[in-house]
Design a protein around this ligand. Structure first.
Ligand code: ADP
Length: 399
């Protein structure tokens, strides 16, 4: 059985085709710069080098045409009936979706209804769904939501201290994101620890271009750092994370910045980029090593803010079985992991410097001790998780 996972953005479509019998990736690729004069398509077939081609892709319709032609030309999908379903990543599911949903017009309507909460993401996700249905109408399509894993938050954690009608009438609350990744690494961590997920308490740190931390109690998300949008929480590559909301009014009044300008500033020009001019963590390290004080400050702030959340989530959880690092930075940045875990013996956190340098893949314990709290480095696989969840959704809906 094969499942295609699609992640449609406003100017790109990422995809992976899985053989579900052994979870192997048959092909994975990305079509970028959709709508620009020169779009590009890069893909990797199992056991081969990356192939790159300039293509014409004026819109998502053409992008998906290229994608399906490539699947046929590479002989990874000889007949569309080989495809059990298409799993779509959808960023925002609002309060409606607690789990993946088999797509029909009603589901698409619900995804459209929460566009005001995710104006940058949901329209593009919907476009991908609409095109996939147009071109592969007979194939079942499943929506997997970034927010769904966090629908278990208690009200006192997801509500903001704002007037009630803002929640009741306008949906202003914490939703949380990166749910597929937090959910996936939680399952992997429980397996590593040899405990049922339903009895496992974790603090999971997804540190990539976007970053979030989740407190997981008995396998369920009970708090998470991202809020109504992915702007809240940790300091990120170019997003500010937690700041005093009054800064917004100050910028508006004193610099005469419009709402749109402030939105761009907080999302695209802040975080590490705001502090040192760079948002890629590898580049920031190189700058710091070359003596750049702004880069050093960015690194120190980034680690400090993670540490504050770890402390807070220890207080929230009481008992923690494992601290989990994942995402491009969490999986690869030994320096950062070391900084986040420094002087944390009070919480039972003490890492082994050598294990931290070369953690076992895809799941390594870098804790000094093999007993007590584990500090795990786990390779996340959001695409596989979307494929697995899509398959379960399909099985349940045909019962
Ligand atoms: P996305 O959120 O786009 O999926 P990733 O999870 O791929 O992002 O993470 C991208 C980040 O990971 C970048 O800041 C990149 O510099 C960082 N990264 C990748 N490899 C390393 C490494 N070896 N050391 C430090 N940071 C790394």
């Amino acid at each position: 059985m094969k499942i295609l996972v699609l992640n449609a953005g406003s100017s790109s479509v990422k995809y992976s085709l899985f053989e579900m019998t052994d979870h192997s990736v048959l092909i994975a690729g990305i079509i970028e710069r959709i709508g620009e004069t020169a779009a590009s398509h890069s893909y990797t077939l199992a056991n081969t080098d990356r192939t790159h081609a300039d293509i014409v892709s004026r819109n998502h319709h053409q992008a998906l045409q290229v994608l399906f032609e490539t699947l046929a030309a590479c002989r990874v999908l000889n007949d569309r009936r080989e495809l059990a379903c298409i799993g779509h990543r959808v960023v925002h599911g609002g309060e409606h979706f607690r789990e993946p949903a088999l797509i029909d017009t009603q589901v698409m309507q619900h995804i459209a209804e929460v566009i005001p909460l995710a104006p940058l993401h949901n329209p593009a996700n919907l476009l991908g769904i609409e095109e996939a249905i147009r071109q592969m109408g007979d194939t079942p399509q499943v929506a997997v939501f970034d927010t769904a894993f966090h629908q278990t938050l208690p009200d006192y954690a997801y509500r903001y201290p704002l007037p009630e009608p803002l929640y009741a009438e306008h949906g202003v609350r914490r939703y949380g994101f990166h749910g597929t990744s937090h959910g996936y690494v939680a399952e992997q961590a429980a397996q590593y620890l040899g405990k049922p997920l339903s009895e496992t308490n974790l603090i999971t740190l997804h540190l990539g271009n976007g970053a979030s931390v989740t407190a997981i109690k008995n396998g369920r998300s009970i708090d998470t750092s991202m809020g109504m949008t992915p702007l809240e929480g940790l300091m990120m590559g170019s997003r500010c994370g937690d700041i005093d909301p009054a800064i917004h009014f100050y910028l508006s009044r004193t610099l005469n910045l419009s709402n749109d300008a402030i939105e761009t500033l907080l999302n695209k020009e802040s975080g590490c980029k705001g502090i040192c001019g760079e948002n890629d963590m590898r580049a920031i390290h190189l700058m710091a090593e070359a003596g750049d004080d702004h880069a050093r400050l960015a690194l120190a702030m980034y680690a400090y803010r993670i540490k504050k959340y770890i402390g807070a989530y220890f207080a929230v959880l009481g008992h923690v079985d494992a601290l989990v690092f994942t995402g491009g930075i969490g999986e690869n940045d030994a320096w950062l992991r070391e900084q986040c875990c420094q002087d944390m013996t009070l919480f039972g956190i003490a890492i082994d410097p050598q294990k931290n340098q070369t953690p076992a893949r895809p799941c390594g314990n870098i804790s000094q001790s093999n007993t007590g709290l584990a500090v795990l480095v786990i390779t996340t696989d959001e695409e596989l998780e979307i494929a697995v969840q899509s398959m379960h959704c399909l099985e349940h809906s045909s019962l």
